[in-house]
Design a protein around this ligand. Structure first.
Ligand SMILES: NC(=O)c1ccc[n+]([C@@H]2O[C@H](COP(=O)([O-])OP(=O)(O)OC[C@H]3O[C@@H](n4cnc5c(N)ncnc54)[C@H](OP(=O)(O)O)[C@@H]3O)[C@@H](O)[C@H]2O)c1
Length: 296
């Protein structure tokens, strides 16, 4: 029987654990952790992600702040205005960690914005200092989505140690940092990792060799039954908005895995939604808690 890896329930349990720790902190006279978010423009997906992060802050007992910056084709946001907000948050002693919600409008240099964030407040784990520390196994803010996947596997008793992991997708926020984490020496790593991308020939022969297959491409239903070995663990990171007239919103979220046909074949699988997504938010909360503790 296939185990459905429930990221929603797991994240709820972790948020409750965090809330307990925050209650202990405030009972000891410390202030609650404070996460700030900068949101540029009105992208539908970004609005939802930020709203979910703010909701998670409330569930964990954190303080949250939202800084909204307008940007339209007629009046594009100046990069310097955004960098100024980043500097303000870097220097605000009341803010433990903050995120700049991505993607940013095309005219803004995303990497320059990431690099302007104080690494000690970079709770998304995107700053090169945190990325570098992560790759050499030093304490750091781990990139939120990979950290959520590692935690989810751990909570379901699925050890990557000695397993063959295949990751499809090599982005800086998912594929690369996840590979770095899973190949790290130690109980949550020790995997043999292969990273595939759009230039990988004969992808299916590689995905079929995986004990744990991670799909992070952003192509709905791309991983089909014939690409998965019987008994594999399948982690679906993809979240693409697909038009769906039957929904009030007009869309549904689709993963990168053909869930219906792949699920019966594997030993465990994450659904979309309700799999990796809620764990990403919980990782952000854990990083913010850690940032607040470091300052105390
Ligand atoms: N649930 C969550 O919390 C969460 C968090 C982050 C991202 N996501 C979702 O995860 C998906 C991936 O996000 P991302 O930011 O990592 O995407 P991305 O930056 O667009 O990267 C996609 C990766 O997939 C590879 N790829 C694309 N088509 C391929 C193909 N036909 N065969 C093999 N590889 C292919 C690309 O290869 P090249 O490098 O060669 O172009 C690239 O490395 C998206 O749906 C995103 O929404 C979800």
């Amino acid at each position: 029987m296939t185990t459905i890896i429930d990221g929603k329930a797991t994240s709820a349990a972790i948020k409750a654990e965090i809330a307990e720790k925050v209650a202990e902190m405030t009972a000891a006279g410390m202030r609650a952790p404070h996460l700030a978010a900068i949101l540029v423009g009105h992208d539908g997906g970004s609005e939802t992600y930020v709203a979910n992060k703010i909701k998670a802050c409330a569930e964990c007992g954190f303080k949250s702040s939202l800084i909204r910056l307008e940007s339209t084709p007629e009046a594009p946001l100046a990069q310097e205005t955004l960098l100024e907000e980043v500097r303000k948050l870097n220097n605000d002693p009341e803010v433990d960690g903050f995120i700049v919600q991505l993607p940013l409008p095309r005219h803004i240099d995303e990497q320059a914005v990431i690099e302007a964030i104080d690494p000690e407040k970079d709770v998304d784990g995107f700053h090169p200092v945190n990325v570098g520390k992560q790759s050499v196994g030093l304490p750091c803010f781990h990139s939120a989505t990979p950290a959520g996947i590692v935690e989810l596997l751990s909570r379901y008793g699925i050890s990557p140690a000695g397993k063959k992991v295949v990751i499809v997708g090599r982005s800086n926020i998912v594929g690369k940092p996840l590979a770095a984490m899973l190949m790290q020496k130690g109980t949550k790593g020790d995997a043999t990792v292969t990273v595939c991308h759009s230039a990988t020939p004969d992808l299916a022969s590689i995905t079929r060799s995986a004990d744990i297959l991670v799909a992070a491409l952003g192509r709905p239903g791309f991983i089909t039954e014939d690409m998965v070995a019987p008994g594999a663990v399948v982690i679906d990171v993809g979240t693409t908005r697909v038009p769906d007239a039957t929904r009030k919103s007009g869309f549904r979220l689709s993963g990168d895995v053909d869930y219906e046909n792949v699920a019966p074949k594997c030993s465990a699988i994450t659904p979309v939604p309700g799999g990796v997504g809620p764990m990403t938010i919980v990782s952000l909360m854990l990083n913010t808690l850690e940032a607040a503790r470091r300052k105390s």
